[in-house]
Design a protein around this ligand. Structure first.
Ligand SMILES: [Zn+2]
Length: 371
């Protein structure tokens, strides 16, 4: 009965429970018993899982121009709200002016941030993915580190979900680090001072920027006022109080802000194009439901998840020196093929020219003019 009731009032409860997470525990009378058990287990019985290292054979190619790649992890940005993918509204005015390659057919590992982010950087793949194994196994960030690449993770979302535990990590959700905070800290703030970091490094660099992006349900909070192009917008985190149009408008404005943020990221790479082979890889962690089939937000189990939650925004940009190495014509031809988060592990290794037995050339989205 509870399930039927929840489903019937899904519009109200998805945002209500999301905004009031502790309530899930208060309303469940057995939760305190479970907590006691889990506390005892963790305190007295649980053995620390040993970390399985991977890619210890990783090496960089010698003598090449230095490489600088920015990987942007988007948040809840679904593909069909990008004008790059044919959305009738102009939500990508700045990216459309850039020489980018848009991937129109990319699917997420799962539909929640907590699992999708570690899955994106792991080499387990969606089919074999297990949270427990991912937690106790290194990921592509660690492999880069083994090869000698400098890695920095800047986060304006919740955190790296365990991906960046062994590399330099900076929290950009707090105003001590992020200089662009209004009601909340802006994604653009992650670019401030980044040049200083780049200038201080020797060798190749990978920077991961984890966006706040389109984190729901309060889409209207995700962008500065100047990006409120589509109106009227839903001004509350209780989606049941807004019309479909108001929710959609707020969501689209947040995509518009991501368009601006990515174009700023590209501008940053252009500044460094003289000294580096520069690249940007953008992929969202999952999509988002905006009321289709009565569903909101995300997190539906994969086997029954609607396309809106799994079909994600994804694009890449390459600087002039990278284009000498990467076969852009072939990439453009293949840009509407189906790809997934499973490709990211190998694409990052490929673009950085890291050699390891783990690298699977067939899963790298990119192809190279000379191997
Ligand atoms: Zn997410």
């Amino acid at each position: 009965m509870i399930a039927v009731m929840l489903f019937a009032f899904n519009r109200f409860y998805t945002s209500f429970f999301r905004e009031n997470k502790p309530l899930r525990y208060y309303t469940n009378p057995t939760y305190c018993l479970y907590s006691v058990g889990s506390y005892m287990y963790n305190s007295f019985y649980k053995k620390e899982a040993t970390l399985k290292q991977i890619g210890l054979d990783a090496t960089k190619e010698e003598g090449a121009t230095r490489k600088l790649t920015i990987v942007v992890v988007g948040e809840a940005a679904r593909a069909n709200r990008f004008s790059l993918n044919g959305y009738e509204r102009q939500t990508n005015p700045l990216l459309q002016k850039e020489d980018i390659i848009n991937f129109s057919n990319v699917y997420s590992c799962v539909t929640s941030t907590a699992i999708s982010v570690p899955c994106m950087f792991s080499n387990l793949g969606r089919q074999n993915y297990s949270g427990k194994e991912a937690k106790s196994t290194e990921n592509v960030i660690d492999v880069l580190k083994h090869s000698g690449v400098n890695v920095l993770w800047r986060d304006n979302n919740s955190d790296s979900k365990g991906v960046a535990l062994r590399v330099e990590y900076q929290d950009y959700k707090i105003s001590q680090n992020n200089t662009l905070c209004e009601d909340e800290c802006r994604d653009e703030g992650m670019l401030v001072g980044l040049q200083k970091y780049v200038d201080a490094q020797k060798g190749d660099i990978v920077i991961v920027l984890h966006q706040m992006g389109n984190h729901g349900p309060a889409y209207y909070k995700r962008y500065p006022k100047a990006f409120e192009k589509f109106t009227p917008v839903c001004q509350t985190n209780q989606v049941e109080k807004c019309s479909a149009e108001e929710i959609g408008n707020a969501y689209d404005n947040a995509i518009l802000y991501t368009d601006y943020f990515l174009s700023k990221t590209i501008a940053f790479l252009k500044q460094n194009d003289q000294n580096f082979q520069t690249s940007m890889i953008y992929m969202a962690d999952h999509g988002e439901s905006l009321g289709e089939k009565g569903l909101y937000l995300h997190g539906i189990p994969y086997f029954m998840a609607p396309e809106e939650q799994t079909h994600i925004g994804a694009l890449m940009w390459f600087g002039s020196q990278s284009k000498e190495r990467i076969d852009i014509a072939s990439l453009e031809q293949r840009s509407s093929q189906e790809y997934s988060h499973d490709n990211l592990f190998h694409t990052i290794l490929g673009v950085m020219g890291v050699k390891t037995a783990l690298y699977d050339r067939t899963k790298d989205i990119l192809t190279y003019k000379h191997q």
